[in-house]
Structures are given as C-alpha cells and as structure tokens.
Design a binder for this molecule. Sequence first.
Ligand code: SF4
Length: 333
Amino acid sequence: VVQTSFIGDAVLTTPLLEHLAREGGDGVDVIATRVTAPLLKTHPAVRRVITYDKRHGGAAEFLRVARAARGDRQAYLAQGSARSAALALAAGCRERIGFDTSDGRWLYTARIRFRDDWHHARRLVSLATAAAGTLDDAVIRPSLYPTRDDASAVDAILDGRDTSARPLVALAPGSVWHTKRWPGFGALAALLADEADFVIVGGAGDSAAAAQVAQHAARARVTNATGRLSLLGSAELIGRAALLVCNDSAPQHLASAMGTPTITVFGPTVPDFGFGPLAPGSRTAGEESLSCRPCDRHGPRECPLGHWRCMRDLAPSSVAALARTLLDRDIRA
Ligand code: SF4
C-alpha cells in the first residue's frame, strides 16, 4: 500500500490495511512518509513500513524505496500521484490498483471508481473489495496502537489526574490550513469550565494556537500538551479524553481510531467531502446557512470573500451545547 499523504490519510488507510491482512499473507507492506511511518509501525496488520522522503530524496530515494518494495506483486495506490504509481511500477508490482480520478491512473492495471459520496475510509477499502459499500461502519473505522512509552508520556502529562471523576475534554485548535482554524476554542473552554478539564493537543507548530486558547479560557483548567507527544502519544491522550473538539484536521482521525466521541468544527470544508469523524456518537458543527460553503477542498489560504463568516459566526455557545449533550451521555466506544 502506497500512502504518502497527510497524517489523516494515513490513519484512514488502516481499515484497508486490516482488510488486506485478513485476506491472507503475513501482513501488509506500506510505503509512508517519515511523519506518518511511526503511526503505522505498531499496527498489527502491517508487516513492514518503508519510509519514503518524497520531498527531499530525489531519484536516489525513489530507487531505494522501489528496491525495498521489490517482491510485492500488488500495489494499492492510496495516494494517487503519478510518482506513487511510477514507484509501484519500478518496484515490479504487476497489479497496480488505484482510483479512476487519480493523476497516476494511466499507470494502473485496475481503476476503481472514486465514490465522492462515501467516507474516505470506505473509499480506500473499496480499492481491495467490491463489497466496500455494504461493510458495517465499525469495519471502516480506523485503528491505531499506541505503545507503553506513549501511555507513560501521557501519564506524565496528566500527572495522576482521575479522568473518571471529572471529564477531560481534548481541544485541537490547529490545522495546516489557516482558514480551517475555528477561533472559538478558548471561549468554549470558558463556557464549560465548571463541567470539565481541558487538554490541548497538537504538534509543536500549534503552540501559538494553544496559547490563544489558554488566553481566552478564563478560569477553565487547561493543560497544554502541544509539542510534547508523538503522534501515537497524541492518539493515546485523545483516547483518555471523554470528548475531542477539533477542526477538520488530523486529530479527528486519531479520535476515530481511539473511539473518542468528537465534535468537528467545519468552516470552508464540509463533512460530505468524506473526512468527518467516525467514533460512535460523534457530531459536526458548521454554519449551515452560508451559501459560500464549501469554498475549497482543503480550505483556502484566505477567505475569498474576506469575511470568513463560516468560522467567525459559529458561536462557542452552540458548540458548548453540543458538547454538553455528548458529555452527558455514556457514548464511549
Ligand atoms: S468563502 Fe465562505 S466558506 Fe469560504 S472561507 Fe470565506 S466564509 Fe468560509
């Protein structure tokens, strides 16, 4: 399986890996980036992760990876570039299976219909089975396997806190795409200060967003964990929370894998693109009445209309009301 896209894409590929591992053999070989490889290395469906530095490695790296993948007869192109398809060809994969909309489709031996009305996890499974449309939601839910070290790192951050006595809500205010960052996380924490404690998850690059949340969180008890955990550590931390509130970004997929109910705030994008949260009980929030939504598949660099109302108009009180309904129910998977 070639999956050299973003973190969320790698997580959503795990149901495909599980399906392939169930079908036979002793596990799946995955070509992944240096960022996403550690997420997949502990997965029981994976036999081997071959890391591929596609940005900096050039031709020598391409040939190294192709050599490493020699012996695999089938390639599933979860990432659809012509380079990924060429890599599978160079590795000697006789069957190359990908989506009929991918840039590399002219190098495929089988082109699978890209169902834009399906969740992306289900789409990816459809690369391996024609029955993907009939599979139960639980089968297309991703999975991740944090290690004991990840658990210890989270223990240190939580510092003995009893999350069963008072709910812990994880907040993920970051996103690669600026227009997908809802500015209401701090106000949300302030509104829920009497009902829950909070932990902010994200990478080192999310520290400014975390500081902004803490600044607006008033008397809410907030722990900043950004930049302190690996990706699997972040998954472990999200797995300890009663609820995750996040943007349309990677943490929602970590939560889907860990079974943590999620509220995903959508602005310029929409759940119909196929990347919404999958943990049982999860909900989405967005300004449904805005006719300009969605305006970009990933989220534009800047609001093309200049007002950014899809995020500015989404009231923290409405997300807080949604959070209360989820916290009041015992919906943990
Ligand atoms: S055009 Fe609409 S959906 Fe797009 S960023 Fe602006 S407000 Fe949001």
